[in-house]
Design a protein around this ligand. Structure first.
Ligand code: FS2
Ligand code: SF4
Length: 535
């Protein structure tokens, strides 16, 4: 195996087993699925050229690509099913296309067993890319990883009924383009920026899907301590799964808790209305082995990030695209096994007061107090905004973000999103004239909301986003962060500070290009970065 798609990759790439726990066979089956899905995208592009749009193919391509995102699916058997479905959809679609000669992954026949599929996967992995120029290869891999992020957003939006054929067309065109060789540097850069642009559309669709189904988030206090009684913990990112579970647990005497990236769900009126949505438990994904082992109820993983659950394998359930071998997968929206497990477990013995946090400061909530914010900036009460957001992770160096927030002066406001917030989410930072200094915009999936807030501020101040008293201090881990970074670049946003380490798939020349055109810089120390930004 060779995988270097995430921030915690081993030095030079994961080659024997992933730091994430991904085995050689899973990584290789993922490579094969991705390769075959690129072939399916080629056929879908050709079909579209002849006026044929196949929604089952469109949905499948998003699901297959999302399945290969870090910490989503570790189950070889599920990848075999996906590989066979990919080929079956491809062959079905081909029968409707006339006069096109396909090759490569568009004609490849899958082997009949896992060893055979793994052998095929070895021949089409990351290192097999025939691209001779390391910088073009770097940009192509950046594009591939960015597309994994876009696929995640498209899939979440589609689950709530929001799809866009034009977006599918652009996505599949870019996915097929990752097979091309001979791209110029300019073409490879442009493909990356186009990925950023289509990601904005995907995030917009998802924002519309979430807010149409559950209302615009409103500032909401969320209890951190448990309530006595039976319990289910929901992790991942999927709002619909949470709603379905809340409906199915109504009147059953079970309290439902959010974990990790599900925290912002409390801000949505149509989810908050359930009285048994009892609070939030735990912190970011990398702490789950300890937190889940101590949870006295059932656990439902709706999306990334899942870690090896063997210590509590009987208590954890996966749904949607998530998989772990040996964990029960609920694939039909009937969470009865989860509910039965929760009822059989002891639950929490007593109420425990652990305080509370605020969430729900998404674009509508922030814009509803735009006048107050603008006046506070004009009067000098607010000197600067920081967006300190992105993924959390296990590698050392991420304390930077905690210290950055702690050291940010009292006349600055911190906007945050994604699971990186758990480094500081419960800090009492006070307020500036009634505006809380710490504003949780939402999940990584809500980056669109943060972008809209920045664009609205720029409009209000009649300047560009780069001229605002706003600095982006981002942490990355997986491929949704790659997609978001490409979106920010496509919007022309400069001076981003990125950490805790830079992507392994970025070559020195590509990094230089980013520095020259966008002034991206790696994080240094909170003291130095704050002094530079505010100086
Ligand atoms: Fe966090 Fe993990 Fe949200 Fe990423 S829960 S790092 O894949 O999606 O941010
Ligand atoms: Fe390694 Fe990350 Fe790939 Fe897992 S996803 S194998 S940790 S690079």
């Amino acid at each position: 195996m060779f995988c270097y798609q995430c921030e915690q990759t081993a030095k030079g790439g994961c080659t024997k087993i992933g730091v994430c726990g991904k085995t050689d066979s899973t990584a290789t089956l993922q490579d094969l699925l991705l390769h075959l899905t690129k072939g399916l995208a080629q056929v879908a592009v050709a079909a579209r050229g002849q006026g044929i749009e196949d929604n089952e193919v469109n949905r499948f391509i998003s699901e297959a690509v999302f399945s290969t995102l870090t910490n989503v699916n570790f189950d070889d058997a599920r990848f075999v099913t996906l590989i066979n479905k990919c080929v079956s959809l491809r062959e079905g679609l081909k029968t409707k296309v006339s006069g096109v000669e396909f090759g490569g992954p568009a004609v490849m026949a899958p082997a009949l067993d896992i060893p055979g599929l793994v052998a095929q996967g070895k021949a089409v992995g990351v290192e097999s890319d025939p691209e001779p120029d390391p910088d073009i290869k770097s940009l192509k891999h950046t594009l591939t990883y960015g597309l994994k992020g876009v696929a995640a957003y498209m899939d979440h939006a589609a689950i709530l009924g929001r799809e866009d054929d034009e977006l599918y067309a652009k996505f599949q065109g870019l996915l097929a383009a990752t097979l091309a060789t001979g791209l110029t540097l300019e073409q490879a850069v442009e493909a990356g920026l186009e990925c950023g642009r289509i990601n904005i559309r995907a995030m917009e669709l998802l924002d519309d899907a979430n807010t149409s189904a559950y209302g615009h988030p409103v500032p909401t206090e969320v209890k951190l301590g448990p309530t006595a009684g039976k319990a289910i913990l929901v992790s991942g990112h999927d709002l619909k799964d949470l709603e379905t579970l809340l409906k199915q647990t109504e009147g059953k005497g079970i309290n439902v808790y959010t974990h990790g990236e599900m925290l912002p769900c409390h801000g949505y009126p149509e989810l908050h209305k359930y009285p048994h949505l009892a609070g939030h438990y735990g912190t970011a994904w990398q702490n789950q082995k300890k937190e889940f082992a101590e949870f006295p109820g059932a656990i439902l993983m709706t999306t990334n990030c899942i870690q090896d659950p063997k210590k509590y394998i009987d208590n954890i359930f996966t749904t949607g695209l998530v998989g772990w071998p040996g964990a029960v997968h609920v694939g039909n929206d009937d969470f009865t096994p989860v509910i039965e497990r929760a009822l059989a477990m002891p639950g929490f013995e007593a109420d425990i007061d652990k305080g509370s946090v605020m969430t729900g400061f998404a674009r509508n909530a922030v814009m509803s107090v735009a006048d107050t914010v603008i006046n506070a900036v004009k009067s000098g009460d607010i000197r600067h905004f920081f967006l300190v957001g992105g993924c959390d992770g296990a590698k050392p160096g991420r304390n930077y973000y905690t210290e950055f927030v702690e050291q940010a002066p009292a006349d600055t406001v911190i906007l945050t999103l994604a699971c990186g917030k758990f480094r500081f989410f419960d800090k009492q930072l006070g307020d500036i004239g009634g505006i809380p200094r710490l504003l949780d915009v939402g999940q990584c999936n809500d980056a669109y909301s943060a972008v809209q807030i920045a664009l609205a501020l720029a409009k209000a101040f009649d300047c560009g986003v780069n001229d605002l008293p706003l600095s982006l201090v981002l942490s990355w881990y997986e491929q949704k962060a790659v997609a978001i970074l490409l979106s920010l670049l496509a919007l022309g946003i400069k001076n981003i500070k990125l950490g805790p380490s830079l992507p392994s798939f970025i070559t020195p020349n590509v990094l230089n290009l980013l520095v020259e055109n966008y002034n991206i810089a790696p994080i240094t120390t909170p003291e130095a970065d704050l002094a530079e930004i505010l100086g």
